[in-house]
Design a protein around this ligand. Structure first.
Ligand code: PA5
Length: 346
């Protein structure tokens, strides 16, 4: 098995996910749940994307993308409860769980169903799939990967394809194509991946990321946690200019500032990036600056997520750590389901 696991086939997973989503033909579904008719061929006021960890990041990415492109809200839920305004609103719900067995996502989905909200599930298997089959809920059954987070393109591109069937302005075909092409290119950035992983080794990364592409920083933190088992901090700016940046007043030998940047960001963000780098340097820190390539926002995001994901795998490799095993997550999932059963919260 390659140390970069499924990343070599990410571009194929992306294309396959688009095909699967188109084939599912979501708008033709009509769900009858306890005599409530739920239709999908209508306008929605917004989209709710629910999921945890490697599945939940899909919501962050799509929220970044939609921010200045569509008039509607993208609400990201990483929880088992529904905010009141969702239960009363006209939202399309995406329930994303790679395994289909994540407790929070299932609970959230069941609650949404009880409120008569239209749900689309994206999963490989599990309780979520069974629920969809039982109630004829639209289901995108994506292929399995080595672990949930390595199956990101399947979860992301299927969700995005469906949202774009309702909101054409969210993405163009050209942008989709470039975002898939960059995934292939990143695989060849071997030297960059190696040298970055060596610089990070033994340190706590403090990831400065501009808010329009915050999902890249969040995913990098999650990948560092899960793949390399290291602590990491995401410092989304401009907010981090008002808190995180003060830590540089002291010399923390175990902290490495990483500044994520891209030339597609507007001048204001470029100025903020430059100022952050200057201030960090003025305290004798040497930040690792990662310039993300790509002409479009999704390409930049996918370039960043792929590159930084590979760096986290390389770091795991250098440290002799198995990136796939995430024992504490499995342990907490088991413990939770036992406890919740005891309290009859099932
Ligand atoms: O990447 C991982 O393994 C985790 O972050 C999982 O995605 C997370 O625990 C949620 O599980 P699932 O994606 O199966 O819903």
């Amino acid at each position: 098995m390659s140390k970069y696991l499924d990343y070599h086939i990410w571009h194929e997973l992306s294309r396959r996910a688009i095909e699967l989503a188109i084939k599912t033909d979501v708008k033709n579904f009509v769900v009858n749940y306890e005599n409530r008719i739920i239709s999908y061929d209508r306008d929605f006021d917004g989209y709710v994307i629910s999921g945890m960890g490697g599945s939940g990041i899909v919501g962050d990415i799509i929220r970044d993308l939609a921010y200045d492109r569509i008039d509607k809200n993208i609400i990201v839920i990483k929880d088992f409860t529904l905010p009141r305004h969702i239960t009363k609103g006209n939202y399309l719900i995406f329930s994303i769980s790679y395994s289909g067995n994540t407790r929070e996502t299932i609970d959230f989905t069941l609650k949404a169903l009880k409120h008569g909200l239209p749900i689309i599930a994206i999963t490989t298997d599990g309780v979520l799939e069974k629920l969809c089959r039982k109630y004829n809920i639209p289901l995108i059954n994506v292929p399995k990967a080595t672990a949930p987070r390595y199956g990101l393109p399947s979860l992301l591109y299927s969700t995005l394809t469906i949202i774009s069937s309702y909101e054409k302005e969210i993405i163009s075909n050209e942008e989709i194509n470039e975002s898939i092409e960059v995934q292939k290119q990143v695989i060849n950035e071997v030297e960059l991946v190696r040298s970055a992983a060596h610089s990070i080794n033994g340190k706590i990364p403090l990831i400065y990321v501009p808010s329009p592409i915050a999902s890249v920083g969040l995913r990098f933190k999650n990948d560092l946690n899960e793949n390399a088992k290291v602590a990491a901090i995401v410092a989304v700016f401009p907010e981090s200019e008002h808190n995180d940046i003060t830590i540089h007043m002291l010399k923390h030998d175990n902290v490495i500032p990483i500044v994520v940047t891209s030339s597609i960001l507007n001048t204001e963000y470029q100025i903020h990036t430059e100022c952050i780098i200057n201030v960090i340097r003025s305290y004798n820190y040497d930040p690792l600056v990662v310039e993300l390539k790509g002409k479009y926002k999704l390409s930049v995001i996918m370039y960043g997520i792929t590159l930084l994901g590979l760096i986290s795998l390389e770091l795991a490799y250098i440290r002799g750590i198995n990136p796939i095993v995430i024992e504490p997550i499995d342990r907490i999932k088991n413990e939770l389901s036992k406890k919740l059963e005891q309290f009859h919260i099932c």
